[in-house]
Design a protein around this ligand. Structure first.
Ligand SMILES: [Zn+2]
Length: 338
């Protein structure tokens, strides 16, 4: 039998006969969660009730629990799997492989009894992500258009650290971003020996603690609601305040502010307000990185994830540039794929 993969209407990435990744599928006994971002947790409650096994890395389990406290994952028999380790289910062997995205993120490889290899990249940044060689590849398509290239020629992480260091001389610096990336910035700062206190609200703090338990070096962390944190923020003292992007409209309005976003392709850094800058730090590959991954995977057939982002352009570019068969899935109604 040939290698088989598809992306279902509800976003479930189906590999081989048994596996559904990142959304629930009632025909599939194995549910895999590639990482803790919300668009990869679809129908997790149903999977926990109905599937034979729910698999993820230990870090993803711990992060998911913090990001959605109503889930109570510890009440369910989740099987955690380390990178590079496999489990056998029927005729299929399932392996999780590291993806450079957020803590715990994994790619998925399913091998069947005939030696067919079916892989799903999940979300990734190519820099530190091992490419999985396979026959059929499902690839993410977040920056799947040729206009999404970040060829700045500078180390954006270093630039961000130096911007924060400079602004700390004037008091508190607010950093806005998404869960996972905020904690990555904390580590970048600590690695650069920035030793000022880090202050943050409850949810960011909980996620950071999980990251620290899993080996990230984040130093000491303060809650914005505790006396220490409150004094630092109210006194505009030198510290870095980390908030989710959603809080951007109502905290630190008079302070130095840095928003971190991947949707920025013209410059590594751009002024967007009186004391506010946007920095192009992403946890996804840009267009060139996606094409590079597909090429190195040597897949004969590629499916672009057209559920979490728009996969049509990427599929077309893969066909054009690499001469490899590629389709977006799920199909957009009425859309031609050629
Ligand atoms: Zn993600």
């Amino acid at each position: 039998m040939a290698a088989r993969a598809q992306v279902a209407r509800n976003g479930a990435v189906l590999l081989g006969d048994s596996v559904a990744c990142d959304a629930f599928d009632e025909q599939r006994p194995l549910r895999i969660v590639t990482h803790a971002h919300a668009d990869h947790l679809g129908g997790l409650r149903k999977s926990l009730k109905c599937c034979r096994k729910v698999l993820m890395t230990r870090a993803t389990r711990d992060l998911t629990e913090k990001l959605d406290e109503t889930l109570k994952l510890r009440d369910f028999p989740i099987e955690t799997l380390e990178y590079g380790k496999s489990i056998q289910y029927g005729d299929e062997r399932i392996t999780l492989i590291k993806a450079d995205h957020i803590l715990g993120a994994a790619q998925v490889l399913v091998e069947d009894a005939n030696g067919n290899r079916m892989a799903y990249s999940g979300d990734f940044r190519i820099d530190d992500t091992p490419v999985v060689e396979c026959d059929v590849l499902v690839v993410e398509a977040t920056y799947g258009s040729p206009s999404c290239r970040r060829s700045f020629g500078v180390d954006v992480g270093k630039l961000l650290v130096s911007m924060i260091e400079q602004r700390l001389r004037g008091g508190t610096v607010y950093v806005f971003g998404y869960h996972g990336k905020l904690q990555e910035i904390m580590q970048l700062l600590r690695d650069a020996d920035v030793s000022v206190p880090f202050v943050m609200p409850q949810r960011v703090y909980e996620v950071a603690r999980v990251c620290r338990q899993h080996g990230m070096r984040l130093g000491s962390l303060s809650l914005s609601t505790d006396t220490d944190g409150r004094e630092l923020l109210d006194g505009d003292l030198p510290c870095v305040a980390f908030y989710h992007m959603n809080a951007r409209g109502y905290v630190g309005l008079r302070n130095a502010r840095i928003c971190v976003s991947g949707w920025e392709f013209t410059k590594p850094c751009r002024q967007i307000g009186d004391r506010e800058y946007l920095v192009a730090l992403s946890d996804h590959s840009d267009f060139d990185g996606l094409i590079e991954y597909v090429k190195r995977s040597r897949a004969k057939q590629v499916i672009t994830d057209n559920y979490r982002s728009q996969g049509t352009v990427l599929a077309k570019e893969i066909r054009k540039r690499l001469g490899v068969s590629a389709v977006p899935m799920p199909r957009t109604p009425g859309q031609s794929t050629l």
